[in-house]
Design a protein around this ligand. Structure first.
Ligand SMILES: Cc1ncc(COP(=O)(O)O)c(C=O)c1O
Length: 456
């Protein structure tokens, strides 16, 4: 390394010698830091944030219907009246009054009589996922996850050096027979399976829900095989027709760590989620959380506590449900009209549908052409640990308006159809750049195309 490229203050023979031109510390990172990668979705963010792009990529909740003025007054009052507590450090496990309220929220999931002492409040359920992985997973341990699975969970598992093995799902969620067969195979190979990670309600990204009859089957299999279940349920209250089916946790209080979140049923801004765990696991999670963050934000916890007490939070949830249902209908109708060569899942709640492209199409390589055509989605490859998923895409209907969704799907269909023509003509994998470059799509104007969403 020449002096020119050395960091100021790093002398020859010291750390800086092992780096490279861009990063003098390159060779000093822990091995696990090699596993830290920007998700495919975040990498897209800067491009799809352009206002003219219709983003069907993001998982941002639509907060326009929240009573922001009243929430502002409530936050001001909180600081004025209880600022000495709200602005202070709190306890690592989370503010007790909020933990009590969380037990009421979970009763909508069929979890009755939960002990607030078995709850750890976290910085979003994303932190809870990280904590569970930290306390259970050694490098190369197996985590079972649906096929496909939430990209943010895969990021945590990768960062913690887990080996993820996917288990098939269908329109009724995780397939019990596939779970059994996968466990048998892995145990036959002498692998250590640490837990099953599952999103039973309104799956991200698949948009499907685990059927009521499969729930006890999945729990039975895992209990018989001694495998912990991590049940991630941020969308449970956002079913279009009803409250959620009973949580897996309600079938096996000792065998399931349940993760909840206020991000989708209220708003992600305060970054408050929770883990509800068997007591011994709860203790480990609390210790791990204290070591990571000392305590969750008191301001956030108290603001949410106040929201649950002083606002009609369940009425708000109902309003969200019908708003998302209208958007989902707009998407399904547009898919049927514009993309008849594709298939897709029919969500009963949540934010997403999972689209399967005609054979030979590759959603990942098609993405730049779609963005050029002013529409964005997430390639299915983001949701697999092993590079699969190229003929799928996740479309989200949570943030754009119904008119934007319709126009977004129309734009997407132009790209998909052009791509299909090329594949039919030349075979898969042959999309020359100059031909692809011809796909400039005259966008229909749509009212109020807001900023595209960052995506989870
Ligand atoms: C399935 C799933 N789990 C967890 C999270 C993280 O949510 P938060 O950390 O905002 O609670 C998300 C966010 O989109 C998600 O979709």
């Amino acid at each position: 390394m020449s002096d020119l490229h050395r960091q100021p203050g790093v002398r020859s023979g010291q750390t800086g010698d092992t780096g490279n031109r861009l990063d003098p510390w390159f060779d000093q990172y822990a091995e696990r830091a090699q596993n830290l990668r920007a998700s495919e979705i975040r990498a897209l963010f800067s491009v799809v944030s352009r206002p003219e792009v219709v983003s069907l990529a993001g998982g941002m909740p639509n907060l326009k219907d929240l009573p922001l003025d009243r929430l502002a007054d409530s936050a001001a009052q909180l600081i004025r009246q209880h600022g000495d507590v709200a602005m202070q450090y709190g306890n690592g496990q989370g503010w007790e009054p909020l933990r009590e309220r969380i037990t009421e929220v979970m009763s909508y999931d069929g979890i009755v009589g939960a002990d607030p002492d078995d709850i750890v409040v976290t910085t979003g359920s994303q932190q809870a996922l990280d904590l569970v992985t930290e306390v259970f997973v050694d490098p190369n341990d197996v985590v079972l996850a649906e096929s496909p699975s939430y990209v943010g969970a895969l990021g945590v598992f990768r960062a913690r050096q887990a080996d993820v093995v996917h288990v098939d799902l269908d329109q009724d969620g995780l397939i019990p027979e596939a779970l059994e067969a996968t466990i048998k195979k892995l145990k036959g190979q002498g692998r250590r399976i640490k837990f099953l990670y599952t999103v039973p309600n309104f799956h991200n990204p698949a948009g499907v829900t685990l059927s009521e009859s499969r729930r006890p089957q999945i729990v039975d299999i895992c209990m018989r095989e001694g495998i912990l279940i991590v049940e991630d349920n941020p969308y449970g209250l956002l079913g279009f027709h009803s409250d959620p089916l009973p949580a897996l946790k309600s079938y096996s209080p000792d065998g399931v760590v349940y993760l909840g979140s206020f991000s989708k049923m209220f708003a992600p801004g305060f970054r408050i989620g929770w883990a509800f765990a068997p007591h011994a696991i709860r203790e480990k999670l609390k210790l791990a959380s204290e070591s990571a963050i000392l305590c969750p934000s008191m301001m956030g916890q108290m603001a949410i506590g106040q929201y649950l007490s002083d606002f009609d939070w369940y009425g708000q949830v109902k309003q969200f449900r019908s708003m998302y249902q209208e958007r989902c209908n707009a998407m399904l109708t547009a898919l049927a009209e514009f993309m008849p060569d594709c298939t897709w899942t029919t969500p009963e709640g949540g934010f997403y549908t999972w689209v399967t492209l005609p054979e030979g199409l590759d959603a990942k390589s098609m993405l730049p052409r779609a963005v050029r055509g002013l529409v964005a989605y997430v390639s299915g490859t983001a949701f697999y640990y092993d590079g699969r998923g190229a003929n799928h895409m996740r479309l989200s209907f949570c943030y754009p308006t119904p008119a934007q969704i319709r126009e977004g799907v129309r734009r997407l269909s132009v790209v998909v159809n052009a791509e299909k023509e090329l594949v039919d003509m030349f075979g898969a994998g042959f999309i020359p750049e100059d031909v692809a470059g011809l796909q400039v799509i005259p966008p229909h104007p749509v009212e109020d195309i807001g900023p595209a969403s960052d995506a989870r």
